[in-house]
Design a protein around this ligand. Structure first.
Ligand SMILES: N=c1c2ncn([C@@H]3O[C@H](COP(=O)(O)OP(=O)(O)OP(=O)(O)O)[C@@H](O)[C@H]3O)c2ncn1[C@@H]1O[C@H](COP(=O)(O)O)[C@@H](O)[C@H]1O
Length: 110
């Protein structure tokens, strides 16, 4: 599944060189970091609202859609600052390894 993140990050990188009028992502880069952060905040808030609704309606469709918007705008933010999903996945993998090691160590001590 990280294939789609790899492919999307290539497109996001290309959009940094594109004209503002040519695409949504290019227009975000042209407006600058504050606009991108505004979108991340907005999408985070919409995701929280969708999660509360999902609990009541027992329907996760809007939650998945809002989370995709949040992830997407977070990727644009990372791209704007010269990072991409690989750094975040590496950090998650590092934490996973560390917690796995800690768990093994605590089992050995018992
Ligand atoms: N995954 C996405 C994606 N998800 C959400 N969005 C856009 O993000 C915006 C979401 O903002 P809102 O929900 O607030 O809706 P809005 O009212 O239109 O937004 P604003 O007017 O407030 O900016 C919408 O315009 C969506 O179209 C996306 N736009 C682009 N992508 C991907 O990015 C690639 C490059 O996109 P372009 O730059 O448009 O070519 C595309 O090929 C897609 O794969």
């Amino acid at each position: 599944m990280s294939d789609i993140l790899d492919q999307l990050s290539v497109v996001l990188e290309e959009r940094k060189q594109a004209g503002a009028e040519s695409s949504y992502v290019a227009s975000l880069h042209a407006k600058g970091l504050n606009k991108i952060l505004e979108k991340v905040g907005e999408e985070a808030f919409e995701t929280v609202l969708a999660a509360k609704d999902a609990e009541i309606t027992k329907n996760n469709q809007a939650l998945v859609s809002e989370t995709a918007d949040l992830w997407f705008h977070s990727l644009v933010m990372l791209s704007h600052l010269g990072e991409d999903h690989r750094s975040v996945l590496a950090e998650l993998a590092r934490r996973f390894d560390v917690s796995g090691l800690e768990e093994k160590a605590s089992r050995i001590k018992k």
